[in-house]
Design a binder for this molecule. Sequence first.
Ligand SMILES: N[C@@H](CCC(=O)N[C@@H](CS)C(=O)NCC(=O)O)C(=O)O
Length: 205
Amino acid sequence: MKLYGHPMSTCVRKVLTVLAEKGHEAQFVLVDLMKGEQKTPEHLARNPFGVIPVLEDEDFTLYESRAIIRYLDQKLPGAALTPTELRARALMDQWMSVEQSYFSTPAIKILFQRVIHPMRGQQSDESVVEASKGEIARALDVVDKAVAGQEYLAGSRFSLADISWMPYLQCLEISKVGELITDRPNVAAWWKRISARPSWVKASS
Ligand SMILES: N[C@@H](CCC(=O)N[C@@H](CS)C(=O)NCC(=O)O)C(=O)O
């Protein structure tokens, strides 16, 4: 298997976490975002949207991180990251959808304002940061209630849902808005629990 990506990418980190949970190594092919390599004809042939990650499994090419992690979980041996029980599985899907609909976009917006723009010599627009913080607070208030009485988003077992949220929770810390996590005791305990997993430590270092 080949994984095309960049080690700093949030979407790639999800895939690397799943590979590490499964104890599987894929050949990592660097697509240098700093050099715009994701927009070359060679990469556009792999992913017409010009983004990473892309997975190649022999003659099969797959893009979109959430599709890739579902594929890898089904394909590879090792501990299942998708619950078999119907309702737990439905909850996993619900939380992956909530992440995509309400959480990752404002988290990335803050990362751009606070980290990426200053790296490029541009000013941070704090009105964007404030609006995004409001959206994130709403999502994390909901998560705080959900993980009050259970260890993981889908119930008692770590799943793809937790993995989907992890890179964006890390973005909040990197962007110096970690109080969005620490102000919510159940979210803070959940983040501490999942970010200590060796798979995440390996994928995010
Ligand atoms: N929905 C896509 C998003 C992919 C994406 O936006 N990847 C970013 C890195 S995290 C990227 O390649 N950015 C470069 C660009 O937009 O040119 C997925 O989940 O795979």
